[in-house]
Design a protein around this ligand. Structure first.
Ligand SMILES: *[C@@H]1O[C@H](CO)[C@@H](O)[C@H](O)[C@H]1NC(C)=O
Ligand SMILES: *[C@@H]1O[C@H](CO)[C@@H](O)[C@H](O)[C@H]1NC(C)=O
Ligand SMILES: *[C@@H]1O[C@H](CO)[C@@H](O)[C@H](O)[C@H]1NC(C)=O
Length: 299
């Protein structure tokens, strides 16, 4: 991972690591990547319990609560006391500090609360309440303005990808402008962007493609996703399975799984089954996630 992009971006990368590698693992546990041979992804109940235990321990970590851990626990269908307490602390921290957070952090909090069936538009704790979505929209607009005026966002392109993803997933904000600007940025300077940046930006485009009704936006997103996915597949072939480096490969795989309909399958070695791939053990451990049913919906 490239880590020289300012503290906000680094923080987000660190925080996102758990949730995204877990998501990748979950996806791999389903063995669903198009164009790949299904592998035996069975993992023992003990291994699964061990992994959950590690996640629950990090949920109880004192200090600033980590929304990525909550996301991971939700993905695993966990309903432990540790998860519940983490959720409460995340609400409190959001209510108190969201206005001072970076855009990427607000995006992560939004995703974590959304995945816990809490309405991010009304996060209340200790008599304070905030509308995380309007804060996210405001911070995303600032990022985009900065990007258009200076050629770089206020924090990092990785964070803006996260912002666009959170706006799109909640379906409540102007995700289309953000996605369009990110797509153009990818088209213009793909070679200069790290694998992490490309993957995070492109993940937001997959969501936007699925949601938008504008044909011209769809075409732009389609072209961009095809370009990024094929770029990753080329890197994978050159790097013997590794896309960028060992850390960025998880995020890149996440994109390849999500963007399956934008590239032609290549007959390649299912390299994640190799022993170097300890992480997949992780994922598979959390097989059979039970997503929560939400009783409310975002308009
Ligand atoms: C898959 O792996 C599990 C555990 O290692 C084993 O019990 C099972 O027989 C395997 N299934 C197949 C189809 O290879
Ligand atoms: C696309 O959006 C629909 C709802 O509009 C949703 O049901 C579906 O799961 C989405 N697909 C993906 C791949 O996100
Ligand atoms: C993307 O565009 C190509 C070329 O126009 C088209 O053949 C393909 O079906 C599109 N892919 C998706 C997922 O819409």
């Amino acid at each position: 991972m490239q880590r020289q992009r300012g503290t906000a971006g680094t923080e987000v990368l660190r925080m996102l690591g758990v949730a995204l590698s877990t998501a990748v693992l979950l996806a791999l546990a389903g063995c669903g990547a198009e164009g790949t041979d299904p592998q035996n992804c069975t993992v023992s109940a003990e291994e699964r319990a061990r992994m959950l235990g590690i996640l629950q321990l990090s949920a109880m970590d004192s200090g600033t609560p980590n929304p990525s851990v909550l996301l991971a626990l939700n993905l695993a269908g966990d309903s432990s006391k540790a998860r519940q307490e983490l959720l409460e602390r995340i609400k409190e921290t959001a209510a108190k500090q969201a206005k001072d957070m970076s855009s990427g952090q607000v995006a992560l909090y939004t995703l974590a609360l959304r995945s816990s069936c809490c309405d991010p538009r009304d996060v209340a704790a200790h008599g304070q309440s905030v509308d995380l979505l309007s804060i996210l929209q405001e911070k995303t607009d600032q990022e985009l303005t900065h990007l258009e005026q200076n050629g770089t966002p206020k924090s990092s392109l990785f964070s803006v990808g996260l912002d666009a993803q959170a706006l799109c997933v909640t379906g409540a904000g102007d995700y289309e402008s953000a996605a369009t600007i990110l797509a153009k940025q990818l088209q213009r300077s793909q070679d200069k962007l790290s694998v992490d940046e490309q993957a995070m930006m492109a993940l937001a485009l997959v969501c936007a493609y699925n949601r938008t009704e504008h044909k011209d936006v769809q075409d732009l997103l389609n072209r961009t996703l095809t370009m990024v996915s094929n770029g990753f597949l080329d890197k994978q072939a050159e790097g013997n399975g590794i896309i960028g480096n060992i850390y960025s490969t998880g995020l890149a795989m996440q994109l390849l799984l999500a963007a399956g309909k934008f590239y032609a399958p290549r007959h390649c070695q299912p390299w994640w089954a190799e022993p170097t791939w300890i992480l997949p053990a992780w994922t598979a451990a959390l097989k059979h996630p039970q997503p929560l049913e939400c009783s409310w919906t975002l308009s």
